[in-house]
Design a protein. Structure first.
Ligand SMILES: [Mg+2]
Length: 423
């Protein structure tokens, strides 16, 4: 197999928390987390330092729960600008080794070293060690790196041992180290997929690889086959190119969108408004969770004749509000489509584009009412909390009541998977 590629996956350890500790070394000596909205009882832990980890604090848990585990916990609000800067500098380091650098979120990236001149001087492991050392010298951050012949196992390797470690997954050892692990450790296996696989008696990645491809297709559809490829080491997807110009521009998320093929054709403005609210709520909530504001709204419509179009509009000012998103989306629809029983809509999408950090200052318009805006923002944040605790359908807009579609759990059912795989 001398044609094998050499792919690294580098993962910055506890990224947000490490950056904060780098900027303020005192934070290293106390348990500390980066968390959304520290004033707010229901904010969540986005990242933690080692001492907080030692207290049993987990990423994603509520700040109040974290404080119960560790009463003297320091909580730092996220500073996305700073993280973006570190992220860009890390990518520039990776670009010294290859132009095929594909970011996966702000703190991770694949680097394809196949054919790279560095390999005439160093082994892949030595290269990974050198990257690890450079990251520590120049950014003050530790990374864990996986090395393998495909992206999936390289990613597995970077999760396998951390912090500050290198793991090689080779054709000789993958059965021992990858196959013995639970399916959950494989990229793209979430909780619900794991549950389905366990029900079918598939517990480890090895079980998955040894299952029949047809069986997995029956169990999980197309994704089943993809996972089977992942588990067996057959993934051939490429590491995309990143150039100097786009190194910082393509930060993590460019837009957040959601679309749905409706269970029945939409035949009235009311139908469209209802579905647009349902989709918009999930987009808005994800946007707020990510700490973003959007400057542009985009809609996509496909009708029952399968004609489709996309329209977008820049907002007068960036927003975090579902209400603003949907109002703009609905206006775009009204201006561009005349609906009727015979001109029904089959699928509808709404997308928040031109994202910027929510705490960026922005210019208010003369017509804006800052008090009303703040009230709406507080209201929507409260609703997000209720939904997180009691489920998406615990709070619904009047417009979405009384229809067979209104019970759809848009956010949970329509998870957007990482770029490149299920697109
Ligand atoms: Mg990380």
């Amino acid at each position: 197999m001398n044609m094998d590629r050499i792919i690294l996956h580098s993962d910055m350890n506890c990224f947000y928390a490490s950056v904060e500790c780098m900027e303020n070394p005192d934070l290293r000596r106390i348990p500390m987390v980066v968390g959304g909205d520290p004033e707010n009882r229901h904010g969540i832990v986005l990242a933690k330092n080692q001492l907080a980890k030692n207290c049993g604090i987990q990423t994603g848990e509520a700040l109040w729960a974290a404080r119960e585990k560790c009463p003297n916990l320091a909580v730092k609000a996220p500073d996305y600008h700073r993280y973006m800067d570190y992220s860009r500098r890390a990518r520039k380091i990776y670009l010294r080794y290859s132009d095929r650098v594909e970011p996966f979120g702000p703190d991770e990236a694949w680097i394809d070293l196949t054919g790279s001149p560095v390999l005439s001087r160093m082994t892949p492991r030595q290269t990974a060690d050198q990257i690890r050392k450079t990251m520590s010298d120049e950014l003050g951050l530790t990374v864990s790196v996986g090395v393998s012949w495909n992206k999936i196992f390289a990613k597995f390797g970077s999760d396998y041992k951390k912090p500050d470690a290198v793991t090689e997954v080779t054709r000789n050892n993958y059965r021992q180290i990858v196959w013995s692990r639970p399916v959950r450790d494989l990229l793209c296996v979430g909780r619900s997929t794991q549950a389905k696989l366990c029900e079918a008696g598939i517990y480890t990645i090895g079980d998955l690889a040894r299952s029949g491809r047809g069986e997995l297709r029956r169990l999980l559809g197309k994704n089943g086959e993809i996972l089977w490829c992942f588990a067996g080491g057959f993934d051939v997807s490429e590491v995309k190119k990143l150039n100097e110009k786009t190194v910082g521009a393509d930060y993590d998320i460019k837009s957040i969108g959601n679309s749905l093929t409706a269970p029945r054709d939409l035949v009235s403005d009311h139908d469209v408004k209802m579905l647009m609210y349902m989709l918009g709520e999930s987009v808005g909530m994800r946007m707020r969770e990510g700490g973003f504001r959007c400057g542009t709204v985009e809609i996509h419509i496909r009708d029952k004749e399968l004609r489709s179009f996309t329209r977008q509009r820049k907002l007068a000012r960036p927003t975090v509000l579902t209400e603003d998103l949907v109002r703009c989306g609905y206006a775009l629809y009204k201006e561009n489509y005349r609906i009727s029983e015979t001109a029904g809509i089959r699928s509808l999408g709404i997308r928040a584009c031109a994202l910027s950090p929510a705490d960026d200052p922005f210019q208010l318009c003369l017509t804006d009412d800052p008090i009303r805006m703040e009230r709406s923002e507080t209201l929507e944040a409260e609703v997000d909390k209720l939904r997180r605790r009691f489920g998406n359908n615990s709070v619904r807009r009047a417009v979405t009541l009384g229809d067979s579609m209104s019970g759809l759990n848009i956010k949970a059912d329509h998870v957007v998977h990482p770029v490149g795989y299920f697109a």
